[in-house]
Design a protein around this ligand. Structure first.
Ligand code: PHB
Length: 403
């Protein structure tokens, strides 16, 4: 990648760019809404300005870092260009929720006048910013947040997703867990916000349809729960024979470590969508995560030629295994590459959204996929298991899940 792009990501150059834009932004505001839609660098030539909205702080900051790495790697492999055009990235902090993310997204659209935005980890944020993108006609290519409705009932022309919908990895896992647990009940526990609720909803639907029984249910305050002991006590008292959960990032580390310390790991198998044991969370959990089975659409050892190359390059470059967050962001760059490459003329939000609608197959490390009618990837989910690998740990693919 050109240093220029990376420098744009790591503040000094970006600050200069923004300082230069203050006057422009004021004019834009004074001229009213329509001027907002003319993206910077939106002509036929010259760099295209793209916004990156990821957590640089809070519970999900490590996920944001993986997403930045995935996007950077794609740009590196394509001479810093997407669709043959130079790219300038403006990265802003999503933080832990809409309070941080909405003003950051507004700044990208109104002040930086980006042509499109990618990123967004949290479902609460995604639900809070999509109206802004639809109204401004700036495409948002979500590379994590799974809020079901965004590519379901509330799907829209300007919102695309390269990751997953929250219910999917969990619905894919329900019948398997029902089969493993047999007559015993499963306790479900999750972070108390849209993603945790939808994850548990997706799981319970297929788990119960397959004959599984729920022994208890609990939602823990998101971003505020450090001590899970009262919840672990309740799980123990419930008589459940297994636990199904949704946690990611720093909460996943705390939950898995405390689950082990409390003694539950040796008694009740813990199941979850794969975010629980992904990337930096798994490194921090260490032995406490050994043997945990999860469901996800990616694992570093997935057997396909694109992943073999990607996984090796990523490890060379960042000295760690790639994660689902990095892959979804790598793929966001890939679909923007396809879209920008097919635009003949001015790069406007409308043109990018229309071009995304024509995107073909994406040759991804997770295996080839394409967008559904409602802009979500059509993809396969896998059963994974946490195993030791050298001095570290990995999520190894066991087999495909039937769903
Ligand atoms: C979400 O809020 O949609 C979300 C956050 C973190 C994950 C997965 C989903 O790892």
């Amino acid at each position: 990648m050109s240093r220029q792009v990376r420098a744009g990501r790591i503040f000094p150059r970006r600050v200069l760019v923004l300082a230069g834009l203050v006057a422009v932004a004021t004019t834009v505001a004074a001229c009213g809404g329509s001027a907002v839609r003319e993206a910077e660098g939106g002509g036929d030539e010259g760099p295209v300005k793209l916004g990156v909205l990821v957590p640089l702080s809070g519970v999900y900051a490590p996920l944001g870092e993986d997403m930045n790495q995935g996007f950077d790697l794609y740009l590196d492999e394509h001479d810093g260009k997407l669709g043959g055009r130079e790219v300038e990235l403006v990265t802003v902090d999503e933080g832990e929720g809409p309070q941080t993310a909405v003003p950051a997204a507004e700044k990208l659209i109104r002040q930086d006048r980006v042509a499109a935005v990618t990123g967004v980890v949290s479902s609460a944020v995604a639900l809070g910013v999509t109206d802004l993108f639809n109204e401004s006609k700036v495409p948002l290519v979500i590379s994590n947040a799974g809020a079901d409705d965004l590519t379901g009932e509330a799907s829209s022309d300007y919102v695309w997703r390269t990751s997953f919908a929250n219910s999917e990895p969990n619905a894919a896992f329900g019948p398997y867990v029902a089969d493993q647990v047999g007559d015993g009940g499963v306790y479900v526990i999750a972070a108390d916000y849209a993603a945790g609720k939808e994850a548990m909803g997706g799981f319970k639907e297929t788990f119960e349809a397959a004959g599984g029984k729920v022994a208890g249910e609990q939602y823990t305050p998101f971003g505020e729960t450090q001590d899970f002991q009262p919840y672990l006590n309740a799980i123990q008292r419930s008589g459940a024979e297994a636990v199904y959960c949704f946690y990611a990032g720093a909460e996943a580390v705390a939950f898995v470590k405390q689950y082990k310390q409390f003694g539950l790991a040796d008694e009740l198998p813990l199941y979850s969508a794969g975010f629980l044991t992904e990337g930096g969370a798994l490194d921090a959990q260490g032995d406490a995560a050994l043997g945990i089975n999860t469901s996800l659409h990616y694992a570093p050892d997935l057997d396909n030629p694109t992943n073999e190359r990607f996984s090796a390059t990523y490890q060379d470059r960042f000295d760690e295994e790639p994660t689902t967050y990095a892959v979804a962001s790598y793929d966001a760059a890939a679909v923007l590459d396809q879209a920008l490459g097919s635009i003949d003329g001015a790069v406007t939000g409308e043109a990018i959204a229309a071009a995304l609608g024509e995107a073909g197959e994406v040759d991804s490390p997770r295996g080839t996929w394409r967008f559904s009618e409602t802009h979500n990837p059509i993809q396969t989910y896998y059963l994974r298991e946490v195993r030791k690998q050298g001095d570290g740990y990995t999520n190894a693919v066991v087999r495909e899940l039937e769903g």
